[in-house]
Design a protein around this ligand. Structure first.
Ligand code: SAM
Length: 337
């Protein structure tokens, strides 16, 4: 069976698994400066529990798994988890999202464990600004991590950048220019209202339409067809080895094609990033429930997956209510972006 339909006839075949809420960075748009109070060790799903959930989800049609966090490379023995997940029957695509800080240490091991692809989050190419945005991160660690990932064959290299007006928006062209020399996928993702300490505001938000017109300052962009593109719209400069992706969860949301479920580090299935609805698997996992019961809960979370959000309709009351507010109780680091 490939995928299971939700109530709106969308095929759900993609599970994003957050394996930790801890992170070695404190990005200004993702976490409060003091960090979050980390979940107690016992609250976090053990690898065996995650493997069981993925196995059961694969049995009802999940085909794609992405490991995320927090920072997934900050959790011990992540290569063990990868080598187990890749052997689950039905899982065809296994990837990981990282900030890249520990990547040079792990790239070879991740590839040996069976990981094929990696996404690296990077919001500035200027060392001082990178340090500011991440509250202390060293850009050089990320750059050598990217190099190591390329050498280890974790390709194509996908770099995710969140442009924030007045913070790093002047680097959109620099990021776009990377694709002229390197076979990377540079993906611009709209800022979402998960920020903390009041960083989120609609004034900081830059729509994909505007990001694209800024990137076109480098040269004309033509649509590029990629085999697997997910929600990104891809474009290429003439003869460029790399491509540019635009992801617009807010201005032009892709809820109609959303195929995802999220599993938080503490075992909650979250059918929609923008909805607080969560189904707690932990009591069942730890209470001796049989696979059938876990399967029922996964199916329930698919059944209650909302049709979509309408945060981007700026003329609605919601957008103005959100102007200077956060909409999610959990920061992204707690959900798994
Ligand atoms: N630590 C890993 C990393 O840095 O990729 C994985 C977790 S991080 C929460 C996943 C992604 O969420 C990152 O690419 C980050 O840029 C993105 N993210 C966090 N907060 C966001 C926000 N408010 N709007 C848009 N993207 C956000």
């Amino acid at each position: 069976m490939s995928g299971i339909k939700d109530s709106y006839q969308r095929t759900i075949d993609y599970l994003r698994v957050s394996i930790t809420d801890r992170c070695n960075l404190r990005c200004v748009y993702c976490m409060p400066s003091e960090g979050i109070i980390p979940l107690e060790h016992k609250e976090i799903l053990r690898y065996e529990e995650i493997i069981r959930v993925v196995r059961i989800a694969a049995g009802i049609g999940v085909r794609k798994v992405r490991i995320t966090g927090g920072e997934p490379l900050a959790r011990r023995n992540v290569t063990y988890l990868i080598s187990e997940l890749r052997n689950i029957e039905g899982i065809k695509d296994l990837s990981l999202t990282t900030n890249g800080i520990l990547l040079s240490r792990y790239a070879d091991k991740l590839s040996e464990a069976g990981l094929k692809r990696i996404n690296i989050s990077l919001d500035s190419l200027k060392p001082d600004r990178y340090k500011e945005i991440t509250r202390g991160g060293d850009l050089h660690h990320v750059l050598s991590g990217i190099e190591a990932a390329e050498k280890a064959g974790l390709t194509p290299i996908k770099i995710n950048m969140v442009p924030l007006r007045g913070i790093n928006s002047d680097e959109i062209e620099d990021f776009a220019r990377l694709t002229l020399k390197l076979p990377y996928q540079i993906r611009f993702i709209e800022f979402m209202p998960f920020g903390t300490e009041g960083l989120w505001s609609s004034e900081r938000f830059i729509s994909v339409e505007e990001i694209k017109s800024i990137a076109e300052g480098v040269g004309p962009l033509a649509p590029a067809k990629l085999k697997k593109s997910g929600p990104a719209q891809y474009f290429r400069f003439d003869n460029a080895p790399g491509v540019i992706g635009f992801i617009s969860p807010i201005s032009n949301h892709f809820c109609g094609e959303c195929n995802r479920l999220r599993l938080t580090a503490d075992g909650k299935l979250r059918p929609c990033l923008f909805s607080e609805t969560e189904i707690d698997l932990k009591p069942a996992l730890r209470g001796g429930a049989p696979d059938d019961e876990i399967e029922r809960l996964i199916k329930l979370s698919i059944e209650v997956k909302p049709k979509g959000h309408d945060i981007g309709h700026r003329n609605t009351e919601l957008w103005s209510l959100m102007k200077n507010k956060e909409c999610s109780k959990r920061p992204m680091s707690r959900i798994g972006g």
